[in-house]
Design a protein around this ligand. Structure first.
Ligand code: MN
Length: 207
């Protein structure tokens, strides 16, 4: 079992979740939303764990946390994974899109300078802009588009660029998910929960 996008550090009792994940031998990418959260979050798993911690700066926080880009650059050599990073063009965040792009480009440059990473990427209402930024940083590594909801043509472009996708149940509930996923090769699809943010009806994530 793989959970390629999970916010372990945002659970009320992260250590209890880590214990359950490790007991179940789940491979899990523990994404962070700010560089300041990385060190503490990276200490959660035990040594033999299948949990890996990604260094992130969430696009919805870019306007508040852009000063942490430098910390991101200092820490990136400590992990093979970056995330959650990307762009958010939704109503509440579109007014910060210029700053978001500047931040995202700097993060991608850091990943390139560090030799390339596995990147868990947020692209809500901004998939075209995300792909353009990735195109400008061909050395940034392997992008994995998390909870992708963009147009099918952008999904096809992303596949051509070598991107992967991480897919969770909430995404599958959308009517557009079927036709979209039909365009993505099976071997480019990973599973994800985005927990604790997204949950399935009538079922809670472990605490
Ligand atoms: Mn997330």
């Amino acid at each position: 079992m793989i959970d390629f996008h999970c916010h372990l550090d945002l659970f009320p009792r992260p250590q209890a979740v880590v214990s359950e994940v490790e007991a179940a031998s789940i491979y899990l990418l523990s994404v962070t939303t700010t560089p300041k959260a990385f060190a503490r979050t990276a200490r959660l798993p035990t040594k033999a764990s299948r949990i890996r911690t990604a260094l992130g700066l969430h696009p919805q926080l870019a306007h508040e946390r852009h000063q942490e880009v430098e910390l991101f650059s200092r820490l990136i050599s400590e992990t093979r994974y970056a995330g959650e990073i990307g762009l958010d063009g939704g109503d509440e965040f579109a007014r910060h899109i210029v700053l978001q792009k500047e931040v995202f480009n700097r993060l991608l440059r850091s990943c390139s300078d560090a030799g390339g990473k596995f990147l868990s990427i947020h692209s809500r209402h901004a998939s075209g802009e995300v792909l353009e930024a990735l195109r400008q940083h061909p050395g940034c590594g392997t992008p994995i588009l998390h909870w992708f909801t963009g147009p099918i043509r952008d999904a096809e472009r992303a596949v051509e660029m070598g991107a992967w996708f991480s897919v969770g149940l909430p995404m599958l509930r959308s009517k557009r998910a079927g036709p979209l996923l039909a365009k993505i090769p099976r071997e480019r699809i990973l599973t994800e929960t985005d927990a604790p943010f997204a949950s399935t009806k009538g079922d809670a994530y472990p605490r």
